[in-house]
Design a protein around this ligand. Structure first.
Ligand code: ZN
Ligand code: ZN
Length: 62
């Protein structure tokens, strides 16, 4: 299984993160599941997203 080291916000230290089996269909089209879980405490981390996501106003067509 693939694993990666990231600082875990819950553990407060670097931890190994593993990818649980994707149940959301991220890998169905050959893509990579962005969800990782701390092997120690299970805290979920989502990668692939920009660190800061600008909050765009939702425009609704009337
Ligand atoms: Zn997934
Ligand atoms: Zn952790």
């Amino acid at each position: 299984m693939d694993s990666h080291q990231w600082p875990c916000p819950s553990c407060g230290d670097d931890r190994d993160f593993v990818q649980p089996p994707c149940v959301d269909g991220h890998t169905e089209d050959g893509g990579e599941c962005p969800e990782w879980a701390c092997a120690d405490c299970g805290t979920a981390l989502v990668t692939g997203a920009p660190a800061v996501v600008p909050v765009a106003p939702v425009s609704r067509a009337a």
